[in-house]
Design a protein. Structure first.
Length: 387
């Protein structure tokens, strides 16, 4: 009488165990499926590249530091125009001289004798001309009386013209030698400073001879020309009147000012630069000509240009590009034209707009059309770094 209930309980327990096993198996399968789906989601998320972006900012005024050279406003090498011996010199290096001031005197005895001979030749030619004029007038009056032939009259006229030409040539020769005689005094062509002197008393000077150098060098240092070669990318803002600051390595802490006066209006093919000339006031003679200086040239921002961090540039065989994130979070590789390099930032002349989201530090594997995820990052502030 006890066997039947026991059998029922056994079957009940067996059925419950089966259900429990099915529940456990089903739960395991569901958990495994959820884990697999979660893992697939993580894999898919990890396959999308995370990027941080930055918006371009309008380019602002800056400056660029370039090497420059100071040159005297005027510089002249005074050489001997005639051969002779140095009789005396009246100015030495460092002396201030005025225009027309005598620097040295030469003795030219051969030239003196040539001038005396030329003057005698001219006097002879003048006497011959006077006699020819008298003869020509006499033959003219005789021809009027039919005492001489036309041929004889014309011959006298021809002789007068020939002798007159010789007299003019003799006079010109006297003038030439007199001008050369004036070159025995070497004079300063303008107000300036003597920067070199090689004249020595008694030294023989050969005009135009091989190895003959200047006896003096005069430089106008009251004004200086400052020459700077400016890269083509920053020449758009250069105009007459622009002021620049410069300094000398030998004068630390001192700044000087220069005013742009002209450019050569051409780009050198080899260096890609334009020669620019500034004018410097040097009436106090604080600056030496020939010195090398560091010039800070102001560079206004180009119209329509932007600034982006230098790390956003992509350099490769396809040129200079940036990675722009489109509205659907896909990458668009954009070619750009680069302007000023300001160290931390780069000026972009064309290729981007103010609304473009530019990848801050694009990975090397980033490709055009790739799906990305934009994340927040600590973006350094885009500033106008002085280069």
């Amino acid at each position: 009488m006890f066997d039947q209930p026991s059998s029922k309980r056994t079957w009940r327990y067996a059925g419950g165990g089966t259900v429990l096993a099915l529940v456990l198996v089903g739960g395991g399968l569901m958990a495994r499926g959820a884990a697999e789906r979660e893992q697939a989601t993580i894999v898919a998320e990890n396959a999308v590249t995370n990027v941080s972006v930055v918006l371009p900012r309008p380019a602002q005024d800056g400056q660029i530091i370039l090497p420059g050279t100071l040159e005297a406003y005027n510089r002249a090498e005074i050489t001997a125009r005639v051969s002779g011996y140095v009789r005396a010199w009246h100015a030495d290096i460092g002396d201030a001289v005025r225009a027309g001031q005598t620097l040295a005197e030469l003795d030219a005895p051969e030239l003196d004798q040539q001038l005396v001979q030329a003057q005698a030749d001219y006097q002879t030619a003048v006497a011959d001309r006077e006699l020819a004029e008298i003869s020509a007038k006499r033959w003219e009056s005789l021809f009027a009386k039919d005492a001489v032939s036309r041929q004889e009259r014309d011959e006298k006229r021809g002789q007068l013209a020939s002798i007159n030409a010789r007299a003019e040539a003799a006079r010109a020769n006297v003038g030439r030698l007199s001008a050369l005689r004036g070159f025995t005094q070497l004079k300063a062509p303008f107000d300036g400073v003597v920067t070199s002197r090689s004249a020595q008393i008694g030294a023989l000077v050969s005009a135009g001879g091989a190895g003959s150098g200047p006896l003096f060098t005069i430089a106008d240092v009251s004004r200086l020309r400052l020459y700077v070669r400016v890269p083509q990318t920053v020449t758009h803002g250069l105009a007459e009147g622009v002021r620049a600051q410069f300094s000398l390595p030998g004068k630390p802490g001192q700044n000087f000012e220069a005013v742009l006066v002209r450019t050569n209006e051409a780009i050198d093919r080899r260096s890609g630069t334009m020669l620019v000339e500034f004018l410097v006031d040097n009436r106090e003679r604080r600056l030496p000509p020939g010195a090398y200086v560091d010039v800070r040239v102001p560079v206004p921002g180009a119209g329509g240009a932007f600034q982006i961090p230098a790390s956003a540039l992509i350099l490769g065989s396809e040129g200079t590009r940036v990675a722009v994130v489109n509205g659907d979070d896909r990458i668009s590789m954009r070619p750009v034209t680069v302007g000023r390099d300001q160290g931390a930032t780069i000026e972009i002349l064309s290729g981007v707009t103010a609304q473009d989201r530019i990848v801050l530090t694009p990975p090397d594997a980033l490709i055009d059309g790739e799906q990305v995820r934009v994340v927040q990052a600590d973006v350094p502030k885009v500033s106008n770094a002085k280069s």
